[in-house]
Design a protein around this ligand. Structure first.
Ligand SMILES: [Zn+2]
Length: 225
């Protein structure tokens, strides 16, 4: 007689079971926190089950009342800089799915934004506020983007001003109208309308979005003048 055993795939394990198994493993190891690696060695369920049900390992830890060690506490400014990068690369406002690291555009996962801001929409709102005002979500003072009167601006266009210009112009080249949203090979530059070397300031009114082709054409034109 042979013993015949099938393994049925467990679906919809109650969250309470998932939570109590994390607690059980933490208890066995006498720890007040638990990495997913530690859990995977002793736990009853797969780590992927936790990620699917709780969106992140840290959320599962929180719900189990364990200490969340956030080794990857990325500064908010970096989270926004990454949104700006993806937005200007794809030429339109990113959806949550555009932030999946597997798409190759984002350095930060959608889950990180959801953990930090609750939802992707909230992350976008916080981003828009930062780009516009320079205010972080926990800051009340703003970093003015405007130059101090009487003093020349720096020639360098920082990433926030660059994002401001590109987003204000819907990531469209202001000379030929091409956009990375239509052609992913298009790279947009932010360029001084009146060159900085000729007294043009680095401020939003003197900056424009140009594709690589038009930008090269434009600098030639200025050399002739
Ligand atoms: Zn162009």
């Amino acid at each position: 007689m042979t013993k015949f055993k099938v393994q049925l795939r467990q679906r919809n394990i109650p969250k309470s079971d998932l939570i109590s198994d994390i607690k059980k493993v933490a208890n066995e190891l006498s720890k007040n926190s638990l990495t997913s690696q530690e859990y995977s060695q002793k736990g009853r369920y797969g780590v992927n089950t936790y990620l699917r049900r709780f969106k992140s390992w840290n959320t599962a830890l929180e719900e189990a009342g364990l200490i969340v060690i956030n080794r990857q506490n990325i500064p908010e400014v970096e989270l926004f800089q990454n949104i700006a990068k993806v937005w200007t690369k794809i030429g339109r406002q990113p959806f949550g799915r555009d932030m999946e690291k597997t798409n190759g555009n984002s350095n930060v996962s959608l889950g990180t934004y959801e953990n930090r801001f609750g939802t992707w929409n909230n992350a976008l709102l916080a981003f828009a506020k930062y780009i516009e005002t320079g205010k972080l979500s926990d800051e009340s003072t703003s970093q003015p983007i405007e130059p101090t009167p009487g003093k020349r601006t720096s020639r360098k266009i920082n990433w926030r001003l660059r994002a401001q210009v590109l987003i204000a112009h819907s990531c469209i080249c202001q000379m030929c109208g091409i956009s990375p949203a239509k052609d992913p090979d298009v790279i947009l530059h932010v360029d001084h309308i009146k060159p900085w070397s000729k007294g043009g300031e680095t401020e939003i009114n003197n900056l424009q979005a140009l594709c690589e082709k038009c930008n090269v054409g434009k600098s030639d034109m200025y050399e002739e003048n």
